[in-house]
Write a protein that binds this ligand. Sequence first.
Ligand SMILES: Cc1ncc(C[n+]2csc(CCOP(=O)(O)OP(=O)(O)O)c2C)c(N)n1
Ligand SMILES: [Mg+2]
Length: 374
Amino acid sequence: MIAAAVTRTEEAPNDTIVRVLREDGSLDPAHDPKLEIDEVVHLYRHMVETRIIDERLVTLQRQGRIGFHIGSLGEEAAIIGSAFAMRQQDWLFPCYREFGAALLRGFKLQSFIDNMFGNANDPVKGRQMPDHYTCREAHWGSISSPIGTQMTQAVGFAWAAKIEKKSLAALVYFGDGSTSSSEFHNAMNFAGVFKTPSIFFCRNNGWAISVPVERQTASRTFAEKGVAYGVPGVRVDGNDLFAVISVTRAAIRRCEAGEGSTLIEALTYRMGGHSTSDDPNRYRAADELKPWVDRDPIERIRRYLEHNNAWDDNREEALREDVDKRFREAVASAEQAEAPSLTTMFEDVYKKMPWHLQEQRDELLAGPRAPKAH
Ligand SMILES: Cc1ncc(C[n+]2csc(CCOP(=O)(O)OP(=O)(O)O)c2C)c(N)n1
Ligand SMILES: [Mg+2]
């Protein structure tokens, strides 16, 4: 069904797309990750939370209260499912659209919102754009905006773990467009040669800003790009939470067994604009969205839960109220927080601050901006 609606990368012959959740709400036993119903509820809650936060952040940006947001509308199953499959000891190297995965891994909502406002409590001290945070406790690398850089970081990290005989896997998120970067080649080649415990998670959401996938590559699929590197590729319905968990777990098993990396191509769709700076109506036909609305990953799980008598309107309402309350509280706190102190810009680079930076800092502190942070 999906095949008709995406692009010619869908038309590849002999390529199976792993799918578990059937339209009637039953699960294909071949790849069923066998989740407890409470786990599915837990993941559904996170997917809904992610979507609500996404929508609210766009509103905050439109109101001029934050400068930017880059969201994950429509990609929640790919993001939440893959992060859920990863074990505590594993590490995730994000692109920029995966805040839902960070929250699932334990990144605090308040810290995320502080980052969106770039205030003094922001984990990266207001030095970055919104949506650019890091969280060591959640085993979460820094957000990488320069396309592809996180791939070499993830592979290097996985290689170090292998040398140190640590039992962990490193998953790296990236988009379809990022496969055209030299970093993709560097990372895949190295991962193939050194059999690093890495998982390449490609969110094929159909677009790289305004460039559709058929303009991105002449390959029939993104998964098949792994062949040349000796890295097996698998295609999965990225809007099927169960299937995403299943293929990610299989990739972890390969890492565990010392078999090396896997390239996962998750077929999904960027239902929103690229970011709040973008207007997709200028380059995307309106009717392209419709089939993806019909296979909305959140609706699919909701139908599954209702089918299993594990969800109803009351629970949905309570969930939405809860997210709303926590989001409002986080925003209120973030807006009241101080701006980062001016001096933080001189910190964290050198163990001992060199004389010329000390001089610049002292000059700044003696100047007119000193009493007020920026
Ligand atoms: C090296 C580099 N070149 C260009 C850009 C501008 N840029 C930001 S996102 C993006 C498209 C990425 O598309 P894709 O990899 O499919 O990820 P998606 O945004 O769809 O999740 C581009 C070209 C950049 N950030 N870094
Ligand atoms: Mg893309």
